[in-house]
Write a protein that binds this ligand. Structure first.
Ligand SMILES: *Cc1c(COP(=O)(O)O)cnc(C)c1O
Length: 360
């Protein structure tokens, strides 16, 4: 099967093999070495000198970890959203008692930095700004560099912190954490990392660690201060997904060998080929072309065609894609192209898509 959903993504054979190895004591020396190697490589890909914390859970768990560690009930939080995942991030903050100011861009569009600027001016006491770097539901990559610059220019006394959902971008699309002064960046093992689901990874700035000491939101499993304490001795507070870490270690070695610039260039090639090929088939991108993502492409289901039937026709040809989420159900097809992917995989998708469309 050509698995082309936006996560979980396919595994290289070396990663599959590594993930199947026998267990070790997660309080022993082998684990210390494993965690150390993975964290060092993650910091390289995050382009950060900040600590990177690994927690066992899905990406959403990572987002919740960021929220519960940083807010106190009643805190004002600006959530810049343009799709399902941005709304989920906002909903998590709301669930834990934040007063969420929703700055919503139309779906398919990117968040406008000028609107974020205006929202920050209206909300000078905002504690956090939440941004989804790559909105997986619409296939939009936000201009995080400009958004981060707006936050930086308005930061007073260390507030607000910039908290980024980079779940479907880090490791595939450039996100220089330190250069852009991102306080927390969250990602997850089953996206661009070529590893199985089960781990969320978060970079945490010095400012964010300080904020965690003051935040009063209750937390236990997701308490990143505990993760930080345990990391000092090469451990995690609770039993981690050891098998996923084995796979991730090998995937990160592959990423080091390929090199960050080459990885970014490969994703640009793949994204471009997907968009170009889809247009040649007469399909329309859902995302505004200037912000079209290099890790996931959302295509409008042509009028008269049935979205669900198209997904089934593709599946019958060995290509597995995703449909639309939320209000986009039945309206878009989403093709994931992050991690272990090259142009050949996309040619296969395009051929199958051509046949599926011809069948109506
Ligand atoms: C996949 C994804 C999530 C959710 O991750 P889970 O691992 O399914 O919890 C959140 N945000 C973005 C941008 C994603 O692509």
């Amino acid at each position: 099967m050509n698995l082309r959903v936006p996560g979980p993504t396919p595994l290289p054979p070396q990663v599959r093999e590594a993930s199947a190895a026998d267990m070790i004591n997660h309080r022993g020396p082998e684990f210390r070495e494993l965690l150390g190697a993975v964290v060092a490589d993650l910091r390289h890909v995050f382009q950060t000198d900040n600590e990177v914390v690994i927690v066992t859970g899905s990406g959403t768990g990572g987002l919740e970890a960021a929220i519960v560690n940083l807010i106190s009930p009643g805190d004002r939080v600006i959530a810049a959203t343009c799709g399902v995942f941005g709304e989920r991030f906002a909903a998590i903050a709301q669930a834990f008692g934040a007063e969420v100011i929703n700055l919503a861009a139309p779906w398919g569009q990117a968040i406008d930095p000028l609107e974020l600027e205006a929202a920050l001016d209206r909300t000078p006491d905002a504690q956090l700004v939440l941004v989804t770097h790559n909105e997986t539901s619409t296939g939009v990559t936000n201009d995080l560099r400009s958004l981060a610059e707006v936050v930086r220019a308005r930061r007073r006394g260390g507030r607000p912190l910039l908290v980024v959902d980079g779940i479907s971008s880090v490791g595939a699309i450039p996100l220089p954490t330190d250069t852009w002064e991102c306080d927390v960046v969250v990602t997850a093992s089953q996206k661009a990392w070529m590893a199985p689901p089960g781990l969320a990874m978060l970079s945490v700035s010095a400012r964010a660690w300080e904020a965690m000491e003051r935040a009063t939101c209750p937390r236990f499993y997701w308490d990143l201060r505990a993760a930080r304490r345990y990391a000092e001795r090469g451990q995690t507070p609770w039993t981690p997904a050891v098998g996923v870490l084995y796979g991730l270690r090998v995937a990160l070695q592959m990423m080091r060998t390929e090199g960050l610039e080459a990885i970014y260039a490969r994703h640009r090639r793949v994204g471009q080929r997907m968009r170009e090929g889809a247009r040649a088939l007469g399909l329309e991108l859902f995302a505004s072309p200037a912000y079209a993502s290099d890790t996931v492409t959302a295509l409008r289901v042509p009028s008269g065609a049935n979205g669900e039937a198209l997904v089934t026709r593709l599946r019958e040809q060995g290509v597995v894609v995703a449909g639309g989420q939320g209000k986009l159900k039945g309206q878009v097809l989403r093709v994931g192209h992050m991690g272990y992917v090259d142009v050949g995989d996309i040619e296969q998708v395009l051929e199958a898509l051509g046949r599926a469309l011809a069948l109506g």
